[in-house]
Design a protein. Structure first.
Length: 450
């Protein structure tokens, strides 16, 4: 009976003390409450904030206990977390404005049946005002024979941007203050209202704007089209070519490296180059469309490349890899696939898995004139000093495109020393401009000289 009465007494005492703690917390932070030995571990944390400086965060902060319970608290205020187990607890203050600073995390020890106080001191400082702004330039063009390629706007004589005849561009991050914008590239039949330049004050943290109004007048009369040819290589066509305007309306002979001029109505015209020898190739569109301005002159050039007499018949093909590892990024493996003939036709593709570009992409080199006219096979040699028996080898020079988009000249040397997958064949690639080379026995695959 005595034990039961004792338990009831202790429970009543604990309840009375918790009520007392809760009442004190409601009035504000109080000194730590005393602890009654032998009672269950239940306590509280009283959190206070004191904020100074400006500007103060208007929506206050958030207090969180042990990544769990959270309460909102004013910039200068008090909140209480009751019913906490005795022992260490972490108190975190968050939601503090970027212009304010605070030690946002505190670990405190909560006593049995008592409370502990935590105060966060927040200091705020004014934000630095912005020192830069933006400038938007707009163009509006009216009239006839409007400049088809637009204009150029230049800021402070140094930074230029293309702008449409009716368009806008924005220069950002400009130091606050006066800036001068100038419009250029205006056709001769057009004029800029108010002059070619504007001085504008750019506000800090804001955007200023200025505009150029352009008016154009109709232009009448014929224009001129000058056609030029540029021919390279060997065995050039001795009698030159023929230039035809608008599908046969007018034709003129033209030398392999020469020029002719047509005069006629302004507007779009089709121009074609014909009479090109079979060993020569015209680069670019043929025929092509050219716009002739009224009262002005425009030009177009046909570039022609000619190959000499075909070399002796011969061909080499190959497909396989150097290195025994799997062809995966980071492995010292080079793969190849080519089919090249002595008449300088063919293709080549190589991948180096040990040469990684940004993003872990292996380097590649490709020559395929039919798909990429800027690439080509430029030389073919039916033997190679890289082989123990030079007659078993082939070398060819080429221009290829790397995966980065650049064009490079390179040399391939191969040896047909044995059957497929025998490990006896040899492959090498060398790019002189980069000092880059890879070579080795063909671990798998085959090279065939025919």
């Amino acid at each position: 009976m005595a034990r039961v009465v004792g338990r009831k007494f202790l429970a009543a005492a604990a309840a009375t003390l918790l009520i007392a703690v809760a009442c004190r917390d409601a009035q504000g932070p109080e000194p730590q409450a005393s602890v009654l030995p032998g009672l269950p571990g239940v306590g509280a944390i009283v959190v206070s904030t004191v904020t100074s400086g400006s500007p103060v965060d208007p929506d206050g902060y958030t207090v969180t206990i042990d990544n769990g319970p959270s309460q909102h608290i004013a910039p200068t205020g008090v909140v209480t977390f009751a019913g906490l187990a005795a022992g260490n607890h972490t108190v975190v203050l968050s939601g503090v404005a970027f212009n304010c600073s605070v030690n946002g995390s505190v670990t405190v020890n909560v006593p049995l049946l008592g409370s502990v106080s935590v105060t966060f001191t927040v200091t705020c400082v004014p934000s630095a005002p912005p020192s830069t702004g933006d400038l938007t330039v707009t163009t509006s063009t009216t009239g006839s024979n409007v400049d088809p390629d637009g204009y150029t706007v230049t800021l402070d004589g140094s930074t230029s941007r293309a702008i449409g005849t009716n368009g806008s561009v924005t220069f950002t991050g400009l130091p606050a203050g006066n800036h001068t914008g100038a419009l250029s590239g205006v056709a001769g039949n057009c004029s800029i209202n108010g002059g070619t330049s504007r001085t504008v004050n750019v506000p800090a943290g804001g955007t200023a704007s200025t505009s150029f109004a352009v008016s154009c007048v109709a232009v009448t009369g014929d224009g001129r089209l000058t056609v030029t040819t540029s021919t390279t290589g060997s065995d050039l066509d001795p009698d030159g070519y023929t230039v035809t305007l608008d599908g046969g309306a007018t034709s003129q002979p033209i030398a392999t490296n020469g020029s002719v001029t047509f005069t006629g109505p302004a507007g779009d015209h089709q121009i074609a180059l014909s009479g090109v020898a079979g060993n020569c190739t015209v680069s670019g569109a043929n025929p092509r469309t050219v716009n002739v301005p009224a009262g002005g002159t425009t030009m177009t050039t046909f570039s022609v490349s000619c190959a000499g007499a075909p070399p002796p018949a011969g061909r080499v093909t190959g497909r396989g890899q150097v290195g025994t590892a799997a062809p995966q990024p980071g492995n010292n493996v080079q793969t190849f696939d080519f089919d090249v003939q002595a008449n300088l036709t063919g293709r080549f593709t190589g991948t180096d898995y040990s040469d990684l570009h940004p993003g872990g992409v292996p380097a590649t080199l490709t020559t395929d004139h039919s798909a990429d006219p800027a690439t080509s096979i430029t030389a073919f040699r039916a033997s190679s000093g890289a082989c123990s028996d030079p007659s078993r080898g082939v070398e060819f020079d080429a221009i290829g495109r790397e995966d980065t988009g650049g064009l490079v000249s390179y040399t391939i040397a191969v040896c047909d020393n044995g059957p497929a997958n025998s490990g006896m064949d040899f492959f090498s690639v060398f790019i002189p401009s980069e000092g880059f080379g890879r070579s080795g026995q063909v671990a798998s695959g085959d090279i065939v000289k025919s």
